[in-house]
Design a protein around this ligand. Structure first.
Ligand code: ZN
Length: 161
């Protein structure tokens, strides 16, 4: 099971989302609450605009008592939602044991080391773990839009309010 999300990204995305989702009409807010509830930790999201210059849209750190997501300045609310859903994918897969976490820090000192690594090596989205997280974001995005009557062409921000 340790690499389930890597071997079957589409199926794992569907199953993981439905495992943690508690709403018939999920939103990004309810998804955040459900990820927090499932993992027993709050999710602290902070903007760190320099991340973008390092080639990372966002970075998740498990600080032990909470999840910390650092995100670069968003290009749009839809993009920001997608990026957050991608990080939620990493969190949920690590929690379920379906994929290893890409970054794991339990102290701010360790977090600093991760940031150094992020600065020196841009994220490779071809890696299976990244593809799996993208599959989760894609499924969550579709599921949330469909729940609010939206198709592919609808304004995603309507589902975020
Ligand atoms: Zn990622």
């Amino acid at each position: 099971m340790g690499d389930y999300a890597l071997r079957h990204p589409e199926r794992a995305a569907h199953e993981a989302f439905e495992l943690i989702n508690t709403r018939s009409r999920p939103t990004m807010d309810s998804l955040l609450a459900d990820v927090s509830e499932a993992t027993g930790k709050s999710i602290d999201i902070r903007e760190m605009s320099m991340l973008g210059t390092w080639g990372a849209a966002a970075l998740w750190m498990d600080l032990g008592d909470r999840h910390l997501i650092l995100e670069s300045a968003p290009t749009s609310s839809h993009h920001r939602a997608w990026v957050r859903a991608h990080e939620f994918g990493h969190i949920v897969y690590a929690h379920l044991g379906w994929a290893d976490p890409p970054a794991h820090a339990r102290t701010f000192a360790e977090a600093g080391q991760l940031l150094d690594a992020a600065r020196q090596h841009s994220v490779d989205f071809r890696r299976p773990a990244e593809q799996a997280a993208e599959a989760f974001a894609r499924y969550a995005d579709l599921r949330i839009r469909e729940a609010h009557g939206g198709g592919h062409d609808n304004d995603y921000t309507a589902a975020l309010s």
